[in-house]
Design a protein around this ligand. Sequence first.
Ligand SMILES: *Cc1c(COP(=O)(O)O)cnc(C)c1O
Length: 392
Amino acid sequence: MTTQKSHKLLMIPGPIEFEPAVLAALAEPTPSHVAPDFIEVFGRVLDNLRTVFQAPDGQPFVLAGSGTLAMEAAVANLLEAGDRVLQINTGYFSDRMAAICERSGAIITQVRAPAIGDVPALEEIQMALQQDHYTLMTITHVDTSTGVLTDVQTLAQMARSAHTLSVVDGVCSVGGEALPMAEWDVDVALTASQKALGVPPGLAIVMARPRALALFQGRTQPVASYYADWSNWLPIMQAYQSRKPAYFGTPPVNLVLALDVSLAQIIAEGMDARVARHIRLSEAVKAALTALGLGQAPARPAVAAHTLSAPYFPEGVDGAALLAKINAAGVVLAGGLHPAIRARYFRIGHMGAVSGADILAAVSAIEQGLRDVGYQFDAGSGLAAAQRVIEG
Ligand SMILES: *Cc1c(COP(=O)(O)O)cnc(C)c1O
């Protein structure tokens, strides 16, 4: 068993470091999925998800699965063969969403960012919306491959004006970035447990607001996926919401117990305070990277996510060697993911229960690693820059 001392600080863009109370829920004796106490917990989880997604009129779906299942469940229930989808493409996970939409027989139009690290031009999106009618606009809130943040508020508004429903992949944003669903009039947002919601991998979570449910209810063809079909899950979610037993597929009981603990922590912190903490800690990491002379994948601060950072390796530094040295210094960071720049950059996750002390530990390990691979820099400059931001 890993001891506290041998445990390395996990700072990748999911899974993340989890709170001890969340992990303890996984070791609880597993109750029946229809035991009154568990029904109360699952019902409360569904209620609290509305608070965290800031969608009082939303219908949550909690399924056993990863974020990719949440993506598939969201669009498979809304699309029918021949429907058109406008996709705002900002990287690797946008490409995945396109592949998922294609499986439903939809016709995809993509608007791509002019370069890696950037977002598509709004004029181009507006032009596409004028040329055709789209059933859905899909948006990746934070593309975890590049650390690019999209302007969901503006995009959702553009979709609304064109009578198109907005579907937001919030796997790397919900619980970390601002995403007030009802206020921004986002129709569907989805996430997975292991990112900013702070629960080990295994839960796919979708929040559907009334227009999305109405579109689903008006379908003429059956949903191609049996497991993800909301016809199967809607009665189950509604039963738990009204504290009644129901069964379609066995819920991942202990993960739901863990989510209950994490959601209570998130709500106790408050959504605004939580987002503000993510912004401050992200700025601390980015200030440190700049002080150390490392460039970043996002084209400019306005399109940079607050849940992760994506720095380039310095010129002449062997990236794999650097990451190994950082790991030896006690911090686990992630390599590149976007195929076009994979070997040239790395990724630092800073979401969920992350603290100022974690940020300083990560920056310290990065400095140690840079020293070990012979990179010339002003020792301590990264730490000082991060500390200045953390202390405000
Ligand atoms: C992690 C991630 C996914 C995929 O989630 P899995 O749980 O790995 O299936 C999808 N979209 C985004 C933006 C992500 O960050």
